[in-house]
Write a protein that binds this ligand. Structure first.
Ligand code: FPP
Ligand code: MG
Ligand code: MG
Length: 437
């Protein structure tokens, strides 16, 4: 087991795979439509944290240290994946090259490099060579690409939903290309991710990863609020068309499922808080941890590991995923938008009560009505932020995140033999809590 030097950068064990990740994804998402190409690749052009693929790759590497005789050989063997005959080819008329400046005036503004509009579609997966040196199977590498594609699709949609205007330090997809294109590009990425999932030729993995997509949407739905910002009901593209009747109906339905509705209905403060935390953690699992846990489980399945290892890998992903989102919700209170590369303080503005607020609410029942009305009255946001500061909402959130981190570390030790890759995963798990963005 290599100490210090390597462990300072857990990436180094899988740096080859991480370095080729974006390029491989580009090959999976190529289409003949030049503008669609531009929008779908937009978020891959800047460096994200890529923590999900990093986790899948390191986990795959660590799983490879489990002796072969403890694994199902048949699962390790590759199946022959046939060439995909249906890779979308655009009609001839679309295949002309246009200078980047003709796509959109925003292209010049943001200096996006034009991409080759003609992309071949994915190469079939290479025959799996079980390489003892590297250990990562071609299907696991593809899984890492898939998880980043799904995540990126969800970010394109998320920035529309959240009315965000920046991501990774530049204009978000919705701002650079309009809501419509951002949504469609996200859908396209999901479509291609699904093609790649099915090409792994493992029904259990297909089920898991498909479900992770559904979970993302369920989580996001649980978070929807009665805060119709301009543009929720109207489209940004067309401006003024608001449908008040539809909005009223929708608001009621959303509220029926939203816990703070219970405020003032005869429940005790403790009961309401317990349910609110339950709701929040379930939402957090769905919107963030499900994708991570289901891809960790898939990596284990693809390695041919036995059931107990597969279950521990799933739990690891679940715990680290919840830890990750708790930290995200904390950073929304503590870090500036400039440092985050995306809007800070966004959750309160969006009417969303995350863990720091729930902890403040626990200490100060008077926050209930503010949460219930999604901080929509003047002064609500400031008052809530003050309560979070006064009642250590951020510190308590950090402590909760630490609990999930510790559970994740336990899962790793139970699932995996000691190895450099496992140490790197431990390092990564610990670093979730010290990240600044
Ligand atoms: C980021 O959360 C968003 C997510 C973790 C999930 C978003 C999911 C959807 C929009 C549902 C649609 C899903 C797919 C697969 C297309 P955040 O807003 O708290 O984080 P941020 O600060 O990075 O914006
Ligand atoms: Mg967002
Ligand atoms: Mg969001």
């Amino acid at each position: 087991v290599t100490p210090a030097v390597m462990l300072r950068n857990p990436m180094s064990l899988v740096s080859n795979e991480m370095n080729t990740l974006a390029k491989n994804i580009m090959a999976l998402i190529g289409t003949g439509h030049p503008v669609l190409n531009r929008v779908t690749s937009y978020y891959f052009e800047t460096e994200g944290k890529k923590v999900r693929p990093l986790m899948v790759l390191l986990l795959s590497r660590a799983l490879a240290e489990i002796p072969l005789e403890q694994r199902t050989q048949s699962l390790i063997d590759s199946v022959d994946v046939p060439e995909d005959p249906v890779y979308s080819r655009p009609p001839k008329s679309l295949l002309f090259e246009r200078p980047a400046s003709n796509f959109s005036p925003l292209d010049i503004l943001h200096g996006i490099k034009p991409l080759n509009p003609l992309t071949k579609g994915p190469e079939p997966l290479p025959e799996a060579q079980f390489d003892k040196e590297k250990g990562i199977l071609p299907k696991q590498r593809r899984l890492a690409e898939i998880v980043e594609m799904i995540h990126t699709a969800s970010l394109l949609h998320d920035d529309v939903i959240d009315h965000s205007d920046t991501r990774r330090g530049r204009p978000s997809g919705n701002v650079a290309f309009t809501n419509k294109m951002a949504v469609l590009a996200g859908d396209f990425l999901l479509g291609r991710a699904t093609v790649s999932i099915s090409r792994l030729r493992n029904p259990e993995v297909v089920e898991l990863m498909s479900n992770s997509i559904a979970n993302l949407v369920e989580g996001e739905f649980m978070q929807l609020k009665n805060t119709a910002v301009d543009g929720d009901l109207a489209t940004i593209d067309h401006g003024s068309k608001v449908l008040p009747a539809a909005s009223e109906k929708l608001d009621n339905r959303v509220h029926d499922y939203h816990v703070p509705r219970a405020v003032g209905k005869g429940y005790t403060h403790e009961q309401i808080l317990e349910t609110a935390f339950d709701y929040y953690l379930h939402k957090t699992y769905l919107k963030t941890a499900a994708l991570i846990s289901k891809s960790c489980r898939s990596a284990a399945i693809l390695s041919g590991a036995d059931k107990s290892v597969i279950d521990q890998c799933y739990e690891f992903g679940r715990n680290i995923g919840i830890c990750f989102q708790l930290v995200d919700d904390m950073l929304d209170f503590t870090v500036s938008g400039k440092d985050l590369g995306k809007p800070a303080g966004a959750d309160l503005e969006l009417g969303i009560a995350t863990a720091p607020v729930l902890f403040a609410w626990e200490a100060d029942p008077h926050l209930g009505p503010l949460i219930q009305r999604n901080f929509s009255k003047e002064g609500d946001v400031v008052r809530t932020a003050e309560a979070v500061a006064k009642y250590d909402g951020v510190k308590k959130t950090k402590e909760l995140a630490e609990k999930y981190r510790d559970l994740a570390l336990q899962n790793l030790r139970q699932a995996l033999p000691e190895s450099d890759a496992r140490s790197a995963l431990e390092f990564l798990t610990n670093s979730i809590l010290t990240r600044k963005k």
